[in-house]
Ligand binder design. Structure first.
Ligand code: 4FV
Length: 249
């Protein structure tokens, strides 16, 4: 399947290089991502790195690390073949190669919005101790981490990125979901949400939300978003204030 930008339209292409393609079936066969795939708004192709091994018998893709560390490292040759093959599927534009690793930039909503500018992404999922560094030097455009903890593989990080991107593609979210009220949407954490019943156990929905007074409701929601952001994420509040003052200028 060769893709050239004419046929691209607004569709987003994800090529995933992994040793465990089956891990993705659940995530891609239900809810947001499956809907986006069905609507043709995103396409996801899974490629088993093992199929790029040059060792017919054992399909070896990893080896012992130089320097004697414990654990195994993914060999460069199968990865280089897998990336080159994935790139060859896109005729007139070069998809960005993203390596998911704890050494990468820690993922934030802004990075998700940046990645949405791309037409296609090749998501490289590491395993074991990681991949041969020469692949990072020559084939990887960006290293991204989903957080300062160690996963058993990059697959869940790849799913995280695709989910966070898919829901921002126009037409993916139904009216049940809305990105507008998201946390981080305006740089603040989201305000508390309530639904029926008005009284649950002995807890009542705040009166202002029952008032129908739109301006008061908006003010309450903003005050709550600020209050929670200050309390739980002073780092976000500090950043928000600077952006706010800059916007006022
Ligand atoms: C990870 C992260 C992550 C490291 C060793 C896979 C594992 C194994 N990826 N954000 N945090 N990867 O822990 O993206 O190869």
């Amino acid at each position: 399947m060769n893709v050239d930008s004419q046929h691209y339209g607004k569709k987003m292409f994800f090529d995933i290089l992994t040793l465990f393609p089956a891990m993705f079936s659940g995530v891609f066969s239900d809810s947001i991502i499956s809907r986006a795939i069905k609507k043709g708004l995103i396409s996801v192709d899974l490629h088993d790195i093992r199929s790029y091994s040059d060792d017919e018998r054992h399909k070896t893709v990893d080896d012992y690390p130089y320097g004697g560390d414990a654990g195994m490292v993914l060999k460069p040759e199968p990865l280089a073949r897998a990336i080159t093959d994935a790139r060859s599927r896109f005729c007139d534009f070069a998809p960005k190669v993203i390596y998911l690793s704890p050494r990468g930039e820690v993922l934030r909503q802004e990075i998700i919005e940046e990645l949405l500018e791309e037409k296609a992404l090749i998501l490289l999922c590491g395993r074991y101790k990681g991949i041969d560094e020469r692949i990072c030097e020559r084939y990887v455009d960006r290293e991204i981490s989903i957080g300062d903890y160690v996963l058993s593989g990059g697959e869940i990080a790849a799913m995280t990125i695709i989910d966070a991107m898919a829901r921002l593609i126009p037409g993916v979210l139904g009216n049940r979901e809305s990105a507008e009220a998201d946390s981080f949407y305006r740089g603040l954490l989201s305000h508390p949400e309530y639904t029926r019943p008005e009284i649950f156990e002995d807890m009542k929905v705040p009166d202002v939300l029952l008032s129908g007074h739109h301006a008061n409701i908006l003010r309450w929601q903003r005050e709550k978003a600020v209050e929670i952001t200050k309390l739980r994420r002073p780092d976000l509040w500090a950043k928000y204030k600077t952006t706010e003052t800059n916007n006022e200028k």
